[in-house]
Write a new protein. Structure first.
Lengths: 229, 759, 79, 79
């Protein structure tokens, strides 16, 4: 299988994602420039973290109009796997590939830290190697990670098992104190309707070696590989 | 310039004398003006005058500090040899080098903290990637006044916000730093930013305008009226009219900087760039004359070719603009398009503004008209230097001889410990570093919070450790000793991570050097630092000087910040400062022997945070330092880490032994039972900031080997106690003095800055 | 030259964290008569040409300047 | 209840990185007649009482809402 890591001007976790796939998953991977329009050789696309176009105006708002995004849309329509991490999540929401929006953190400050998320859906292409309720220790690093969606959308997400991850404490309790940014219902990651597009604020690509403090992110990345092969 | 390179005029139009009030306002004195006239053999044009004023300011020309900086060996060698580079370069083996530099942005941050700090980050990054090095980490060393004052809270909040805004967006992790709070920094905040970059030693780029005929390209952002005379601004005291000088503030665009980093590194890989220089202070003036001077060439540029952000800018304004996110690249003739294409791909401007000449002159044209024609070397290397007077300040005897014998023991040691832990200078800086992306690039293997940050070098087993240190109060009480302690502490911090010191970059923050007492402090600090850096085998390879950090009400403490780089050969063998588990031995590795303990100043509370916080005093002598003893401690700690004996290592600094123990407990979330034997009062035993000490924890079965190492290195090992429980309990000479729940210690330490900022 | 002033505001149903903080800060400064603060964006656009401007600016807002999930917008055109 | 609308804008001579990027995006979206974009803040303040409002809001702007080093402001009060 082959991964593509999309590079927007201002992406800054593109290399981290690339290294995680190449060195840890040991899978073939390319960088994909934001002006590319042919994505046919890829099985999974990663929209990495960073500050595409400086995150000016709104996070993800401008990257959404990059030429590559229409190709990403088609790729997703055909059922290809797409995962947006942090800024990638914000871009996918702006592009309406995922529901909702990411507002500035309720602390109004950038937050970078290790925290815990609970796996809510353990059958998706991105989490099937986890078990439901499993607690992962993965870092966040964002200024706008406060997930918001309208009440009916939230209900839909809940009913259709489309909430992927929720912020929790180290024992897996979803509490207000464990919510780092004010996200509605502690949501840290969601799925699209068909389950092939995922977005999450935490950075699995940063938690791929014990040297870095955690290997829990590998479970997410490896889920993708196993699903495709 | 016409298409064939022929120029309209070949000499500057007739010039007339410049009135004294004009050149004085720009910062040149009468003598300096006469010198300009002598160099040119005529009066300068207005544009030329501006170029000299800014290049001969202290900020760019180091006119006061250069003679003293020659005490730094590498600096002297560079000045006498091939010249200074943008950043120091350190060979870490395996074909890799680390570029390292620290820079101040104090004055801009005092008037506009967010943009001032942000553009400080941008500036130091350009010094790194202009050498072809990819920036891999930033640190910041900050000083503010007391947080009770809303203005200081505002400065703190926005400086940190500005660093976060810029550093996070460009994707360079901010992995460490330090923050001190003291009244002397009220109105004079210090914002020093350090950056390191990784480069293959055979791919280092140089700031040289080689090859007459080669085109000169301006890349990056457009030029606006930002920061005209910023360098001059940094070379005067802040006064009541500083507010009105505010147009000097520049606005940073980290998005453009991120693209500029990628484009520059990509363009350098083509091999078609023969020389490159970032634009910081004095913008196009500085980068053209420095690159030409260094290569022994000249340069001809046309300001009309410079892409502008604002209409109708004068040549003077264009030459002096400090618009951010720009670089000057000298390109191999015939390959202009290969280079330009890369910058265009990243959405950046790339315009040819002139070419290299062989006549040693910088010629500035405004279309057909020659508006400046000056010898490049006279601007870049021949700034006048001054030997300023020095005089030992009056306060020194008074504070050093202060009688500490009447300082009585406190009633409640628990309360003192909690107070010290809650002192913002000692308290956890989580509030700060949580705002910084310290993990991007996924190489940070020791996160902020330990004694030094550790960043692995991907593809090798190596890692680098970096720290910044300086206790300004020590330097105020004894500049020479204070500066030496800053170096010793930096090296100790590295040792605690398992890293061997390699090099130092410094940021020398002082008041007005034209005051003999300030210049005395400056000289003493540099003397102490230079000597200590040689001793610890970490030579000063780059640095920066910031003078005039004073307001009519206050002068800052002399604050020579040390940024030190260390090398870890095997990243698996690194160490952190928190206690790891219950039931381990806690021991002190100490450079002083029992005999030394009779030395009266050893357990002295002089200069301590304890005296400051509990008694409101900044007096006494700083703690004693014997560098040989200090070095033995580093060797012992390094050996013990290398043999995998230690679970943790943490140096004793501000707040003394009790604070170091408490921090080990809090960060490790485990208690400790400690028993100290002391020939002094409990306050000194707990809170004196005696140097050359490291608290370690280890499994009991490793203790005998640690003792052997101590013997080999001639240092003392004292077993202090054991980890375990949910309290920190300390006895001094069998008398229980401290017993506090870790939870309470943690609240005091972690809660202090957030609650101060909620006010 | 015609100019559009665009005002983008957070939907009233959403909590405006920044507005709340500013309100608190104003109170601390002694402005006790502030009962609510909301912070939005004020975007000034200089345009060329004169035809169809309303429609064009509306399209800019829908496509890019505002996110309908969280924001409302309005604008006026100065000619 | 009276309401103040405050408009805070970056001084014209300063680089508006955000506005520049948005302008580029609008152009790419086919709005080729956009010659400049500047982005500022639009702050809505609900007030109580009726006296001295102009003076008060002006003070709010100077003290907190705008940063005089880099920003200009203006406001209007709706009663
Ligand atoms: N305090 C110092 N110690 C050592 N080197 C210094 C010091 N101050 C300045 N330098 C060196 O002088 C040169 C010029 O410094 P600076 O003007 O700050 O550089 P830049 O213009 O690139 O920002 C650099 O090589 C810098 O490392
Ligand atoms: Mg430089």
């Amino acid at each position: 299988m082959k991964f593509g890591v999309i590079q927007f001007p201002g992406s800054n976790c593109d290399q981290d994602a690339y290294f995680a796939v190449r060195d840890i998953l040991q899978q073939p991977v390319d960088y994909v420039w934001h002006q590319e329009s042919n994505l046919s050789k890829y099985d999974c696309l990663i929209l990495p973290g960073g500050f595409s176009y400086g995150d000016y105006l709104r996070t993800g708002a401008i990257a959404r109009f990059s030429p590559v995004m229409s190709a990403v849309q088609e790729f997703a329509d055909r059922g290809g796997l797409v995962i947006g991490i942090c800024n990638g999540f914000q871009i996918l929401c702006e592009a309406h590939l995922l529901p909702g929006a990411l507002l500035p953190n309720n602390t109004l400050r950038f937050r970078c830290k290790y925290l815990h998320v609970r796996v809510e859906n353990d059958s998706s292409s991105f989490t099937h190697l986890c078990h439901r309720g499993q607690v992962l220790r993965i870092p966040i690093a964002h200024h706008s990670g406060c997930y918001y969606c309208e009440p009916d959308v939230l209900k839909e997400l809940e009913n259709k098992d489309r909430i992927l991850l929720r912020y929790c404490d180290r024992d897996g309790n979803v509490t207000e104190e464990s919510n780092p940014n004010g996200s509605i219902s502690n949501i840290a990651g969601v799925l699209n309707e068909h389950g092939n597009v995922a977005g999450m604020m935490p950075h699995p690509e940063r938690a791929v070696e014990s040297l870095l403090g955690s290997e829990d992110g590998v479970i997410i990345l490896r889920s993708i590989v196993e699903r495709i092969s | 310039m016409s298409a064939n390179g022929e120029l309209g005029s070949r000499t500057v139009r007739e010039t007339i004398p410049i009135p004294p009030e004009v050149y004085r306002e720009m910062g040149l004195n009468d003598e300096e003006y006469r010198r300009v006239v002598a160099v040119l053999g005529r009066h300068p044009t207005y544009t030329e005058l501006g170029m000299y004023a800014v290049m001969w300011s202290e900020h760019c020309g180091y006119k006061f500090s250069r003679p003293i900086l020659k005490l730094f060996r590498k600096y002297r060698e560079a000045i006498e040899g091939s010249g200074l580079e943008n950043a120091g370069l350190i060979d870490i083996g395996g074909g890799f080098g680390i570029a390292m530099k620290m820079e101040s942005h104090n004055h801009p941050s005092a008037v506009e903290p967010f943009q001032g700090a942000a553009t400080g980050v941008g500036g130091i990054l350009r010094d790194i990637f202009t050498m072809g090095a990819r920036p891999i980490a930033c640190l910041n060393s900050l000083r503010f006044g007391n947080l009770d004052d809303p203005r200081n809270r505002y400065l703190f909040e926005h400086v940190v916000g500005g660093i976060a805004f810029y550093g996070n967006c460009v994707g360079v992790p901010t992995v460490g730093g330090e923050v001190y709070f003291d009244d002397c920094y009220s109105g004079n905040p210090l914002v020093n930013v350090l950056s390191v970059g990784l480069v293959r030693l055979d791919e280092v780029a140089f700031a040289r305008a080689c090859g007459p005929g080669n085109p000169v390209m301006l890349v990056g952002s457009r030029t606006g009226r930002d920061g005209i005379h910023g360098a001059t601004f940094a070379s005067v005291e802040l006064g009541p009219d500083s507010e009105s000088r505010r147009p000097n503030v520049q606005i940073g665009d980290p998005f453009t900087e991120k693209c500029l980093i990628e484009a520059t590194l990509e363009a350098l890989k083509t091999g078609y760039i023969v020389g490159i220089q970032d634009m910081g202070a004095a913008g196009i003036t500085c980068s053209t004359c420095e690159t030409a001077a260094k290569a022994g060439t000249g340069m001809r540029i046309d300001v009309r070719k410079v892409p502008l952000r604002e209409k109708s800018m004068t040549p003077y304004e264009i030459m002096l603009s400090e618009s951010q996110e720009r670089m000057l690249a000298i390109v191999q003739k015939g390959h202009e398009n290969d280079v330009a294409r890369i910058f265009t791909k990243w959405g950046l401007n790339a315009s040819i503004i002139g070419e290299v000449t062989d006549d040693g002159l910088v010629h500035v044209y405004d279309g057909d008209e020659l508006v400046a024609q000056v010898p490049a070397k006279s601007l870049a290397e021949e700034a006048p230097t001054y030997e300023l007077d020095t005089e030992e300040p009056d306060y020194l005897r008074r504070v050093q001889d202060y009688d500490l014998s009447h300082i009585h023991e406190p009633d409640d040691y628990n309360e003192v410990l909690l107070k010290l832990l809650g002192s913002p200078t000692i308290a956890s800086k989580e509030w700060v570093y949580e705002q910084y992306d310290h993990m991007v690039q996924t190489n940070t293997v020791v996160l902020p919070g330990s004694d030094a940050a550790v960043v692995r070098i991907r593809g090798t087993k190596k890692a680098i450790a970096i720290t910044t240190d300086c206790n300004g109060r020590y330097c105020y009480l004894d500049p020479y000793l204070g500066a030496q302690i800053a170096v010793a502490e930096a090296a100790r911090n590295l040792a605690c991570c398992g890293a061997k010191p390699m090099a130092v970059t410094d940021c020398l923050n002082f008041g007005n050097p034209e005051k003999p007492e300030v210049f005395w402090q400056f000289r003493k600090c540099v003397e102490g630092m230079a000597e200590a850096c040689e001793f610890f085998e970490a030579p000063v390879v780059s640095g920066n000087v910031s003078f005039y950090n004073e307001t009519p009400d206050a002068v800052i403490y002399p604050t020579p910040v040390v940024g030190m780089l260390g090398l870890i050969e095997d990243v698996e063998k690194r160490c952190t400062s928190e206690f790891k588990r219950e039931g381990e031995i806690i021991a002190l590795i100490c450079g002083w022997s029992t005999n030394d303990e009779s030395r009266c100043d050893l357990n002295s509370l002089g200069g301590s945070e304890y005296l400051k916080i509990v008694h409101g005093l900044a007096v006494g002598k700083p703690p004693a330092l014997l560098m040989e003893k200090e070095k033995r401690v580093h060797r012992a700690v390094l050996k013990a880490i290398d043999e995998l004996l230690l679970s943790s290592a943490h140096d004793c600094s501000e707040g003394g032994l009790a604070t170091a123990l408490a921090e080990g407990c809090i960060m490790g979330d485990v208690g400790a039972k400690i028993s100290l034997i002391a020939n002094c009062g409990p306050a000194a035993a707990l809170f004196a900031e005696t140097q050359s000490r490291v608290v370690v924890s280890l499994p009991i079965e490793k203790l005998s080997r640690l003792r052997e190492i101590a013997e080999e290195e001639q240092v003392q090992i004292t077993v202090l106690g054991k980890t375990g429980g949910d309290k920190l309990e300390i006895k001094v000479n069998d008398e229980p003095v401290i017993s506090v729940k870790i939870k309470d210690l943690s609240e005091a330490w972690r809660g202090s800055i957030p609650s101060a900022m909620e006010k | 030259m015609p100019k559009a002033n665009v005002y983008v505001t957070l939907k009233p149903s959403l909590l405006d964290a920044q507005g709340k903080v500013v309100q608190g800060a104003l109170e601390k400064l002694g402005f006790t008569n502030v009962s609510a603060v909301r912070i939005g964006k004020y975007i000034q656009i200089e345009l060329e040409g004169n035809s169809n401007l309303e429609q064009q600016v509306d399209e800019m807002c829908r496509k890019l300047l505002a996110n309908p999930v969280i924001e409302d917008y309005r604008f006026e055109i100065e000619r």
